[in-house]
Write a protein that binds this ligand. Structure first.
Ligand code: PLP
Length: 306
């Protein structure tokens, strides 16, 4: 028994730069199991995992996937071991954001010095007799297709109900797992923006999960190059303006670049557009603190109206 029910997420009609924008509110699926990580891990939630003792994963110390896996483990009554590189000392003494909430849900965080070698070995030596379910970084797993297919089907029926023949669906990409699997099952076109690596990295990720390239989404790059996890005044500005105009809180890591690309796209596209809100707003706490610290020091504080 999982004890939780994931409901169909609503689609809201909003405005972006004065134009109609539909927003698929996957951030509303469940209070602490939401966004695209809930879609990705839904099959685990519904599976009988009682043969396992623990869930094991690894990645960044502020990762949304980490937080969702901590929630999954708690809901399933399993131990959750999460491997990270050694933490910066300020976080060690005062965990915040995703890390704080994941720890509160009982996550065992294990810092490893030789992180990359350690993870390679972990993946190579994975043995089922150890009763551990290993989940790849960011949930880039074939299992993710089940929950993301449901997202695609919800969007298909929304477009049908509205009589929209040609809906442009925007989904931000990290590993590309979400945009790929939605694209595979959607009767409309998925557009995505690479956030973590280049366009080439994203296609490589797609090809690891799906060999038929006719299922791949359209990848659109921004004109300017951005480094993942870095802070940019224009990121903060577009995040604030979108949040003000739509009345919806978006997140600060993946959404800003995707909205920059979406704005340019809408200048030359007449049709209906839907944006998938992929959750992650719990990470805004630490991102906002970083923006405040960063721009206070750089003198841009006032122009950002933080
Ligand atoms: C994980 C995440 C993404 C990226 O999803 P991928 O499937 O890895 O491409 C985008 N937005 C948010 C809020 C996320 O948490």
């Amino acid at each position: 028994m999982t004890g939780i029910q994931l409901n169909e997420s609503p689609v809201e009609e909003t405005k972006f730069k004065g134009r109609r924008l539909w927003v698929k509110r996957d951030d509303k699926i469940h209070p602490f199991f939401n966004g695209n990580k809930a879609r990705k891990f839904k099959s685990y939630l519904e599976m009988d995992l009682s043969a396992y003792r623990r869930i094991v994963s690894y990645g960044g110390h502020q990762s949304n996937a980490m937080y969702s896996l901590a929630a999954l483990a708690k809901l399933k009554g399993l131990v959750f071991d999460y491997y990270v590189k050694p933490l910066p000392s300020f976080l060690e003494s005062q965990p915040a954001g995703n890390l704080k909430y994941a720890l509160e849900m009982g996550m065992n965080m294990i810092e490893v010095k030789n992180y990359h070698e350690f993870i390679e070995q972990l993946l190579r030596n994975n043995r089922s007799d150890e009763y551990q379910l290993i989940v790849r970084q960011g949930g880039a797993e074939p299992f993710a297709e089940i929950g993301l297919k449901e997202l695609a089907e919800e969007i298909n029926s929304f477009a049908n109900r509205q009589g929209i023949k040609n809906l442009a669906v925007f989904i931000p990409s990290g590993t590309g797992t979400s945009s790929l699997y939605v694209s595979k099952h959607l009767h409309h076109t998925v557009y995505t923006t690479p956030n973590v690596g280049s366009k080439g990295y994203l296609y490589q990720q797609f090809s690891q999960l799906e060999t038929d390239s006719s299922f791949y989404p359209e990848v659109i790059e921004s004109e300017k190059k951005y480094v993942y996890g870095k802070l940019y005044p224009e990121y903060f500005r577009i995040w604030k303006s979108v949040s003000d105009e739509t009345g919806i809180e978006f997140e600060l890591l993946y959404d800003p670049k995707t909205f920059i690309v979406l704005e340019a796209f809408m200048n030359q596209f007449e049709g209906e557009v839907l944006y998938v809100h992929s959750g992650g707003t719990i990470g805004n706490e630490t991102m906002l603190n970083r923006y405040i610290r960063h721009f206070k020091n750089s003198g841009e504080f006032i122009s950002l109206q933080l």
